[in-house]
Design a protein around this ligand. Structure first.
Ligand code: AQP
Length: 350
């Protein structure tokens, strides 16, 4: 059966990129799918070990999930470290994945920087833990931003290698199910997960540099719109966003080579639920001095109710903690069954 899994790291203020690229899609998918949404706290200590207020960050991401409209009763909302099987399956996947696969990850190269020898082993193994997050629930679909595409390919590689290497054992244990691999159907244990990277805002760029993605860790707060920003801050950041001096083009083709313009039009389109072409139909030929206030107004209209609800929820940490505890218990029950199967397949005594 189809199942959706996705995670967000509790590493700082959520921004518009996280919202449009991920969280908003989580909300849309819950109407038709069985979903697990996870605050991936184990991932958050890979790049930086010590955090000032990790508990507060975990609660804040959970509040954003709920404020955006995720229903924790119909679906599962939990924090990763509560279900020990994530780390357990990640260990097995560390032995499935090859070091070469990890060394090729662009996120590792970017986050490790020049001093690669000094990056944590966890940062290198990050995609293996991510594969465990997804495959522990045998999730078939993962909504993410474009930056996670390579990691999801690696999740598929891990599932394929596990299914192949253990193929006779999977069959002997009677644990094989038909797995769709492109045109082919094979017998395996783990599904070959499909990334869901669609729409006009799969990669929201920095407001200060159209070549860099909007990111929590950018030192300039003007580079991003945080989900905690108020109307005035949002308007100011959009006003100060980098652009070129030309008017907006009337066709999408005209955005080529104009990264900043393309980004702002893409943000408008995603917020309005329109295509870029439709946005340019309205704004083609108009200067940024006209487009920017309209974008600011739209951003405030969409984000303000979420921000207000997030604030209300974070004032009641006991409620958030109860949601995470309940979600953790339900996730744990699914995970336990998978780990029993995996231990049987690998051949551990249990
Ligand atoms: N700029 C973005 N545009 C679209 N989607 C994005 N995502 C992140 N940035 C953008 C998506 O948000 C989800 C959660 O991300 P995460 O917190 O798990 O990891 P991240 O990609 O490392 O987020 P940041 O904000 O960029 O943090 P730093 O600065 O630490 O690198 C994912 O689905 C991601 O694709």
């Amino acid at each position: 059966a189809p199942r959706v899994f996705s995670g967000v790291q509790p590493t700082g203020n959520l921004h518009l990129g996280n919202y449009l690229g991920a969280i908003r899609k989580f909300v849309a998918l819950q109407e038709s799918q069985d979903c697990l949404y996870c605050v991936v706290d184990l991932h958050s200590i890979t790049a930086q070990l010590v955090h000032d207020d990790l508990k507060g960050q975990i609660r804040s991401i959970t509040a954003a999930f709920l404020a955006a409209g995720i229903d924790p009763k119909r679906h599962i909302v939990f924090n990763q470290s509560r279900v020990a099987a994530h780390a357990e399956l990640a260990w097995i996947f560390n032995c499935v994945a090859r070091i070469g696969w990890m060394n090729r990850m662009t996120q590792f190269k970017e986050k490790a920087g020049k001093d690669r020898e000094n990056a944590s082993l966890g940062l290198l193994a990050y995609p293996s833990l991510m594969a465990a997050d997804i495959l522990l629930y045998r999730a078939t679909h993962v909504p993410v931003g474009d930056d996670q595409k390579q990691h999801l390919e690696l999740t598929r590689d891990i599932a394929i290698k596990f299914n192949n290497d253990f193929s006779p054992r999977i069959a002997a244990a009677g644990l094989g199910t038909p797995i769709q691999m492109g045109e082919e159907t094979v017998n395996g244990y783990f599904p070959i997960t499909e990334p869901l990277i669609e729409g006009e805002a799969t990669r929201v760029m920095s407001l200060k540099d159209g070549a860099k993605k909007m990111s929590k860790s950018d030192p300039s707060d003007l580079s991003r719109i945080n989900l905690t920003d108020d109307a005035e801050q949002i308007a100011r950041k959009i006003k100060k966003a980098k652009t070129d001096p030309d008017a907006l083009p009337s066709e999408v083709k005209g955005l080529e080579g104009r990264a900043e313009a393309d980004n702002l039009v893409g943000i408008f389109a995603a917020l309005a639920g329109q295509s870029k072409a439709a946005v340019l139909k309205d704004f083609g030929g108009k200067p940024f001095s006209e487009f920017k206030p309209a974008l600011a107004e739209l951003a405030v209209t969409v984000l303000e109710p979420i921000t207000a609800e997030m604030r209300r929820l974070t004032d009641d940490p006991a409620h958030i903690d109860a949601v995470l505890k309940d979600g953790g218990e339900r996730a744990g029950a699914i995970a336990e069954k998978t780990m029993r199967d995996v231990k049987e397949i690998v051949g551990f005594l249990q």
